[in-house]
Design a protein around this ligand. Structure first.
Ligand code: SF4
Length: 367
């Protein structure tokens, strides 16, 4: 390993001493040395993927109030779970959450397995989450690596490896300092230090418990770690999105296919999301698919809806149509929904943006 050496035994000791005094109080953490409920740890870890602690707090409480055990969650209708999840983004996580609850209830009698390897087999549980649950809920000395921990390890050892290719080397270094004693507290301590002290910008090295071990402590170069590979530019996709209103003011919504992006969520029908300019002829094709004929009263909205997904950026051009309700036969896939009912369905963030832009374009707010 090409890295700087540190006094490896002193590292976990200093981290745990700091945790005893400075641990954050979070709704999913146990108090007074008790071992936390694996259901709480799992739920919080899934919610925290790509979301901040402040955002997750109220959602975590809402889920526990509605589904106090993994059994309750497993037996809940998927739509209820998706609706409760709305606003947390990345709906595949909510679908996997529900699926995972089902597996834990049906295959494990409602008890989460305690080993990292078994946890890894659960739906929606990746290497980080499996290690975090094993360490925090079961005291397994698993090597937990999230973005915060990665940053601390890279700085302390001054690792020159770039992300993401260098992750295995970063993990090897992290493993050399992970303690057998209190691995859960240790992992949570690093998460806290990463978010409050060893921040991406302006790390507070003077308050850091491992400042005397760290190779970049107090230096400007600290911010340069972890080193990152140059960013790729995201492709831009575009499409037309149709806001189709009937004489009662209801809007036509379509359920997306179960598999893929925003799987199973309701959307305003749109043409295919493709790279390059969308062609108006695609709208004609979509209308045929929806069973629509008349297109009087078409109104284009000047403002685009822009949304960034992990792998691409999407630009939607809204068009407003007025049609008679009897032109469309409602089904499980196609439904007329009054704008006042949008709050009751799991509307993805992208579709909420469509509502906002169209409302502005119409000069009114339907919600
Ligand atoms: S000393 Fe500074 S750079 Fe090093 S781990 Fe602590 S906060 Fe991060």
């Amino acid at each position: 390993m090409a890295s700087h050496n540190i006094a490896r035994d002193r590292f976990p000791e200093k981290i745990l001493t700091w945790y005893d005094e400075h641990a954050r109080e979070l709704p999913w953490r146990s108090q007074g040395g008790e071992r936390p409920d694996p259901y709480h740890v799992w739920l919080s870890e899934i919610m925290l993927q790509q979301t901040t602690v402040a955002t997750v707090g109220p959602y975590f409480q809402k889920f526990l109030d509605q589904w106090p055990t993994v059994k309750h969650l497993a037996l809940a209708p998927l739509d209820d779970v998706l609706t409760a999840w709305a606003g947390l983004g990345y709906y595949a996580r909510a679908r996997n959450l529900h699926k995972c609850a089902g597996v834990v209830w049906h295959n494990y009698g409602g008890q989460f397995p305690g080993s990292e390897d078994e946890l890894l087999t659960l739906p929606g549980v990746g290497p980080y989450t499996a290690a975090a649950i094993a360490a925090i809920a079961f005291d397994e000395p698993a090597v937990v690596i999230d973005g915060n921990i990665e940053r601390i390890i890279c700085r302390v050892f001054q690792l020159e490896e770039t992300l993401p290719a260098g992750r295995p080397v970063i993990k090897e270094h992290a493993a050399t300092v992970t303690p057998k004693d209190r691995p859960g507290d240790y992992a949570q301590a690093l998460m806290d230090i990463g978010s409050r002290i060893c921040r991406p910008k302006k790390p507070a090295c003077d308050r850091c418990p491992v400042t005397d071990l760290c190779h970049v402590s107090g230096q400007e170069i600290a911010e340069a770690y972890p080193k990152k590979a140059p960013k790729k530019v995201k492709p831009v996709k575009s499409a037309f999105v149709l806001w189709i209103e009937n004489e009662k003011g209801e809007v036509l919504m379509r359920r997306r296919p179960e598999k893929g992006l925003l799987g199973g969520m309701m959307e305003f029908p749109s043409t295919d999301w493709t790279e390059g300019e969308s062609q108006p002829s695609e709208v004609g094709q979509l209308k045929v698919e929806l069973g629509l004929e008349a297109d009087e009263n078409v109104q284009a909205v000047a403002q685009e809806v822009v949304h960034t997904f992990t792998h691409f950026q999407l630009k939607l051009s809204p068009q407003i149509y007025q049609v008679a309700a009897d032109q469309v036969r409602p089904s499980n896939q196609l439904q007329w929904i009054a704008p006042t009912g949008f709050g009751d369905i799991a509307l993805p963030t992208l579709m909420n943006k469509v509502v906002k832009v169209v409302s502005k374009g119409q000069g009114s707010l339907p919600l």
